[in-house]
Design a protein around this ligand. Structure first.
Ligand code: SRM
Ligand code: SF4
Length: 577
């Protein structure tokens, strides 16, 4: 679709033409649909089309193992349908006893036996068969956890900086992440009724914030504590950048950013990744009022006729920042002040041991692609973490870069943790900075939208990049490199220095020129190319970066300065130039 066609078709009045999803939500009786009836249908491993959409609001996706599709079709079997479950874990904190129970469940009841840490600070279990779903939800409930609203057109898992060095501030933002998540949770009792057999109440559900049709599209919130932008604030519909007062050791306010989002549809120039816009500064106590006002403005103004343009970023572009901001001020009764100065210096997790200002020790472990399994006999990661959970009295914190922090370890336990890590070969002090700076999304075999490999492609690809870095004596450096199996950018390729997005098996688009702090969107450099072509281009550009870089200039800044790509400055206008 051209931009003109889209603009002609999408003024505010057009929002009357509801998309199929909108009708489905409204008719769902507050997210119940016929899920409960479908659960008992043994003729298929899945749910009907509408319920398969609705279970997302309960934190599950219907998938099938794409590796065995053809084989099963040849045997005249339906695809190996199963569910992926995504837990709600605001701020990524999970206790050892919760971890152990999840670990045990994943071994016994899932097809793959793995736990997958995600880019939004939570975990997913892949390969759940329909008869095991209730058992899973009951277990979560017993552990004080749930999976409500981790998918679907609602507010998703609220993420925040997971930097243990800042533990006093971390605690404050973690509390906020939890209260934002609770405030925006659907009020419907559908989850409790269907999965926990809660009594059906006669009272009619009421969704004061989300509405009976829920939001037009998924909604994401992040809180960053500068100078670290680990959460990738610009990937979020609503971002809060903490402003600290070091004298009183408290966060006193937030810069508010609205309308970030990274996905696009190939061939449709009306879709593009977009950085969030700065709205202004607010005092810390106003965070819930502002959150609710942004969410309800998007609820009422978001495009409900066309899901491709339903996210906050498109609403913001359509009505303009000034109008959106004024509406948020009107609804919240809070005035935005000018943005307070802040700087981001990096995005990565700080690996290894760090002593926090709480005097406890915190160990950030690199988890390649967030996949926790025992698949590598030399690195029994899953078993090792479970053994640590058995002796650990602190917490685990998941990071937004798919890594794991063993947090609040006492001096006495530090040695014990280390010896367990050594025993299972997971100490990971031999991992290069480049591998640590790289991420991939899940993609094949579970993601139905994957056009190419990502998680299974990355490890060997990074070995080749490591060789290039070594060749040019850059082994101590790192480039933020991210691979996704399609243009949705789940591993945030659209905020990386080198971004690959899948086109078809073995072929990717190559994007260059994002920066190392996640405030610039990269530009398409070559389309639909093979791994060999990518490696040749990267060899050439990395070699010239090694020769010509000024001081500590990052790769992303170098490719822009040297004219290899033009910087994307305003992606709404110049992403496709
Ligand atoms: Fe994502 C859809 C995995 C973070 C943008 N994402 C999916 C689905 C559920 C596929 C589907 O709709 O059937 C993927 C499941 C794969 C699987 O088998 O597990 C999937 N997304 C993931 C995760 C697990 C990637 C990872 O490797 O860690 C991340 C889970 C986050 C979480 O815990 O909640 C994940 N997804 C993201 C991010 C990054 C972020 O939020 O920081 C983005 C880009 C930011 C954004 O939203 O703009 C992202 N995912 C999408 C989109 C595109 C949305 C859009 O604006 O059009 C889709 C497709 C959709 O919603 O229609 C999608
Ligand atoms: Fe699937 Fe695409 Fe997201 Fe990767 S980026 S997990 S392929 S939707």
């Amino acid at each position: 679709m051209s931009k003109e066609e889209y603009n002609n078709n999408h003024d505010n009045t057009n929002a009357m033409l509801l998309s199929d999803n909108e009708r489905m939500k409204q008719e769902s009786n507050f997210l119940r649909g016929t899920i409960a009836q479908n659960l008992d249908n043994n003729l298929t491993g899945g749910f009907n089309t509408k319920d398969a959409q609705l279970i997302r609001f309960h934190g599950m996706y219907q998938q099938d193992d794409r590796d065995v599709r053809v084989e099963r079709a040849n045997q005249k079997l339906e695809p190996l349908i199963n569910m992926m479950l995504r837990c709600r874990l605001p701020g990524g904190v999970i206790m050892p006893e919760q971890w152990l129970a999840i670990d045990d469940f994943s071994e016994k009841y899932t097809l793959y036996g793995t736990i997958r840490l995600t880019t939004r600070q939570t975990f997913q279990l892949h390969g759940l068969l329909k008869p095991k779903l209730k058992i899973m939800h009951r277990l979560l409930n017993k552990l004080g956890l749930d999976s409500i609203a981790t998918a679907g057109d609602v507010n998703r898992n609220v993420i925040c900086t997971a930097n243990p060095m800042e533990s006093a501030f971390h605690h404050q933002v973690w509390e906020l992440a939890k209260s934002i998540s609770a405030h925006l949770l659907p009020k419907s009792r559908a989850y409790a009724e269907i999965w926990l057999d809660a009594e059906k109440t006669e009272s009619i559900d009421f969704e004061p914030i989300l509405s009976a049709a829920y939001l037009p599209r998924k909604f994401k919130i992040a809180i960053a504590i500068p100078p670290v932008n680990d959460v990738d604030i610009h990937a979020n519909d609503l971002g809060f950048i903490a402003i600290k007062d070091d004298k009183i050791n408290r966060i006193v306010g937030f810069n508010v950013l609205v309308g970030g989002g990274l996905a696009m549809t190939y061939g449709d120039v009306t879709t593009y990744p977009l950085k969030a816009s700065e709205f202004g500064y607010i005092a810390a106590q106003d965070i819930l009022k502002i959150t609710e006002a942004v969410v309800t403005t998007q609820r009422d103004w978001g495009d409900r006729s066309d899901r491709r343009h339903a996210k906050t970023k498109y609403t913001l572009i359509r009505v303009g920042v000034t109008t959106f901001k004024a509406e948020v001020e009107r609804r919240s009764g809070v005035k935005f002040h000018p943005i307070h100065p802040y700087i981001f210096t990096d995005r990565g997790d700080r690996f290894g041991w760090i002593q926090g200002i709480d005097h406890y020790w915190h160990l950030t472990l690199f988890i390649e692609n967030g996949r926790i399994s025992n698949n590598d006999p030399h690195k029994l990661l899953k078993r090792g973490i479970a053994e640590i959970a058995r002796i650990h009295s602190g917490s685990f914190r998941l990071t937004t870069n798919q890594n794991l922090i063993i947090s609040e370890v006492s001096k006495d336990n530090k040695r014990m943790v280390e010896s367990i890590l050594q025993k299972y070969g997971i100490m990971n002090d031999d991992i290069t900075p480049q591998r640590k700076a790289s991420m991939a999304c899940v993609a094949l075999p579970t993601c139905p939208l994957a056009m190419a490999e990502a998680e299974r492609f990355l490890p060997e690809f990074i070995t080749k990049i490591e060789n290039i870095m070594l060749k040019y004596k850059l082994e101590k450096d790192a480039i933020i490199l991210r691979v996704t199996g399609c243009p949705n950018s789940c591993a945030r390729a659209m905020l990386s220095e080198i971004g690959l997005t899948g086109r078809s098996i073995g072929r990717y688009n190559l994007y260059l020129g994002g920066n190392s702090i996640g405030t610039r969107i990269p530009r398409l450099y070559r389309e639909n190319i093979t791994e060999n072509d990518i490696l040749n281009i990267l060899d050439m550009t990395i070699s010239s970066w090694a020769r010509e870089r000024t001081d500590q200039e990052s790769y992303g800044d170098y490719v822009v300065r040297s004219g290899i790509v033009n910087a994307v400055t305003n992606s709404e206008k110049d992403f496709y130039e």
